[in-house]
Design a protein around this ligand. Structure first.
Ligand SMILES: Nc1nc2c(ncn2[C@@H]2O[C@H](COP(=O)(O)OP(=O)(O)O)[C@@H](O)[C@H]2O)c(=O)[nH]1
Ligand SMILES: [Mg+2]
Length: 648
């Protein structure tokens, strides 16, 4: 399959964009048009949300292709970024609505910053009511590269029935499910068409002196000249080509295919762009990992150079199968060549993002870093017998999903990108590992300390049969400044406590801070051993430990204990329309606003900084997203512990 008639290496296109813009519909329409149809969901209007990258293989006009359908939800953004990093070109799918177009902003910025070639496909053109001008203006606000609308929708009455392709100056009437049919440019559109073409040519001429000269001399450029310029500018990111269509009716899909065929770079060019050294050993990079019931582990990878053959030693294990995806079926193939996107079977221990080379340890290729987690959920097995199974499953989860972070500090906590992300993780644990789990809000890491100093006596005296137990300590417990930690001071003079028992007193005092009067760890105190007593036969380390424990327990309770809550330094990033709202959201959560400023490198965005108690952070991301059309994000770091009267 990978070597086709014309010998071209397989190219790869990623479909990205907001949730609901029609990526999955377009994915199916592209495969249909290339004669590699998928099984459709029973009701296409009820298509389930895409939560993982889907892959389809096909060939279009003799060229081999892999199409990657990405999840749209921001909570799976890491998967999308992984797919973008693997693909030769990205199609940004959006809707003809200015409000919804704003949701594409962060994606356009990522593509521009990372230098990934991309075009925009305005889908659902059948829902367009008047013009695309507002939508284009809304998109343009997010990128410094000019958007060039290449197709003008043709209206018949209220409905869009076709388009004028400006570069070839040809008009087409949509035919549902089939190639469009050539028609005359409607007379009423002639004037507008000339204006739009003039704008298109001018934008290209701004970047091409030869074209500019022609424009100045009033010579009409040929379509071929325009195609060539568009490709060059698109590949270096200086313009963004915009196409239109309706995936659901297969309108504009063949036009999109032809543009992709013409403009998409070869895998070799992509490897070069990604600074992957050409030649040498075969190399592949894993961008998705799935542990699924019957098939076992699959590592989806792109081959950047050379050929990888089934059975090769890869990543320290023997490769157990290479698969491609044709007509929605997994098909076993003997090898994978440069450009191929395949799934490798049974690569134990190989995580998402890993670079693989037969028999070797090649250089690690760059892979998108996951954004820090913004939402956490604690999980526990409902049957203690499953604990070992859970631990094994978590290990595999970590290989699959680089945007998931797991902590096991008292309770097991999943930290991820949002509620849907973590829910789908828990469902995965239930479905593929048979784990019944209870989920709950993670505990806040409260601490405690004391407000005043006390002197306390602890004494152990026990006579059991012959040998007894005896120890006596007098300690001073005093508060220290926040962050100074625990300190033990020995002030024994004259042997009131023999030297060899003093370490036991220090250890016991420190251990007693594990759980204070409120049940939380005690921080920032000093314990000074000032006096004590012993017995020549009955004293022991154990006896001194016990006496110290008694003194600490009673002393801490008398020293005006207070609860401390962790407070984080939070930075919320939002488009500046939402800055005031973000501030209200923070103050509503006992946040203390520190200020706001322009977000570096993001025109039209602000960063709002605040100090916010951790106890108020749990669902911050949910409220923030619901108030900012999903655009708001935040990052946080621990700042300090603050006294609180809040009862946890
Ligand atoms: N009117 C219209 N609806 C569409 C079109 N393409 C997709 N849709 C609908 O938009 C919804 C979301 O589509 P889907 O492909 O799941 O979006 P995704 O989240 O981007 O993958 C579905 O109800 C589709 O039927 C289109 O061209 N026109
Ligand atoms: Mg989808």
């Amino acid at each position: 399959m990978s070597g086709t008639k014309n010998g071209r290496s397989p190219r790869s296109v990623a479909l990205a964009g907001p949730y609901g813009s029609g990526k999955s519909t377009l994915f199916e329409a592209l495969l249909d048009a290339a004669g590699a149809p998928l099984k459709r969901p029973a009701d296409p209007r009820n298509r389930p949300m895409t939560t993982e990258i889907r892959i389809g293989h096909c060939s279009y006009l003799g060229d081999p292709w892999s199409v990657l359908d990405c999840p749209g939800s921001i909570e799976f953004a890491h998967q999308t970024c992984s797919a973008l990093a693997m693909a030769d070109i990205t199609v940004v799918v959006c809707e003809p609505s200015p409000a919804k177009a704003a949701m594409v902003g962060p994606l356009l910025k990522t593509l521009k910053d990372e230098g990934i070639p991309h075009i925009v496909f305005i889908n659902k053109i059948d829902t367009l009511e008047d013009s695309l001008a507002d939508t284009l203006a809304s998109l343009q606000a997010y990128t410094s590269s000019p958007l060039i609308l290449r197709q003008m929708p043709i209206f018949e009455g209220p409905a869009v029935t076709g388009y004028v392709d400006l570069m070839s100056e040809r008009a087409y009437r949509y035919r549902n499910g089939q190639a469009s049919e050539l028609m005359r440019i409607p007379d009423a559109m002639m004037a507008d068409e000339q204006v739009a073409l003039g704008r298109l040519v001018e934008t290209l001429a701004d970047r091409d002196d030869a074209l500019l000269e022609k424009v100045l001399e009033d010579i009409k450029p040929t379509p071929e000249e325009l195609y060539r310029d568009m490709r060059k500018d698109l590949l270096n990111g200086s313009v963004i080509e915009v196409l239109v269509g309706a995936a659901e009716h297969a309108n504009g899909v063949r036009r999109l295919w032809k543009t992709l065929r013409h403009d998409t770079p070869d895998p070799l060019e992509t490897a070069e762009r990604r600074e992957i050294v050409p030649g040498g050993a075969a190399r592949a990079q894993v961008f998705k990992t799935v542990y699924a019931g019957h098939t076992g582990k699959l590592s989806y990878a792109r081959v950047w150079s050379g050929t990888i053959t089934d059975g090769a030693q890869l990543g320290g294990t023997r490769l157990g199968g290479i698969y491609r995806f044709i007509n929605g079926e997994m098909t076993k193939v003997p090898d994978a060549k440069q450009g191929d996107v395949v799934a490798f079977g049974r690569l134990d221990g190989v995580p998402t993002g890993a670079t693989l080379s037969p028999g070797g340890q090649p250089e690690r290729l760059p892979f998108p870093r996951a954004t820090p987690p913004v939402y956490a959920m604690a999980i526990a097995t409902t049957d203690r017998k499953d604990d070992v199974k859970l631990s094994g499953a978590l290990h595999k989860l970590a290989e699959e999903d680089p945007s998931l972070f797991i902590t096991r500090d008292g309770e097991t906590v999943l930290h991820g990108q949002g509620e849907i992300h973590l829910q789908s993780t828990v469902e995965h644990l239930a479905r593929d590992y048979g784990l019944k789990l209870a989920v709950h809000k993670p505990a806040v890491a409260y601490k405690e300390t004391i407000r005043t100093g006390v002197t306390e006596h602890g004494r152990l005296k026990r006579q059991t049969g012959g040998h007894g137990q005896f120890a006596d300590v007098k300690i001073e417990i005093a508060p220290r400044a926040r962050g100074e930690g625990f300190q033990f001071i020995d002030k024994i003079v004259g042997g009131a406590v023999p030297r060899n028992f003093i370490p036991a007193v220090g250890d016991a005092a420190r251990e007693a801070t594990a759980k204070g009067p409120f049940g939380y760890p005690v921080v920032d105190i000093a314990v000074t051993l000032v006096d004590g007593g012993f017995h020549a036969v009955d004293s022991s380390d154990m006896a001194f430990r016990a006496a110290t424990q008694i003194a600490m327990k009673e002393g801490l309770a008398k020293a005006e204990p207070v609860l401390l809550e962790p407070v984080g330094h939070v930075t919320i990033s939002v488009p500046n329309d939402y800055t005031a709202r973000a501030q209200r959201l923070l103050t509503g959560r006992r946040g203390q606003i520190l200020g706001f400023a322009e977000r570096p490198g993001w025109t039209g965005w602000d960063d709002v900084e605040a100090l916010v108690p951790e106890a108020e952070m749990h669902d911050l991301i949910i409220e923030l997203r619901s108030q900012t059309m999903g655009l708001g994000t935040f990052r946080q770091r621990f700042d300090h512990l603050a006294e609180t009267r809040a009862v946890p």
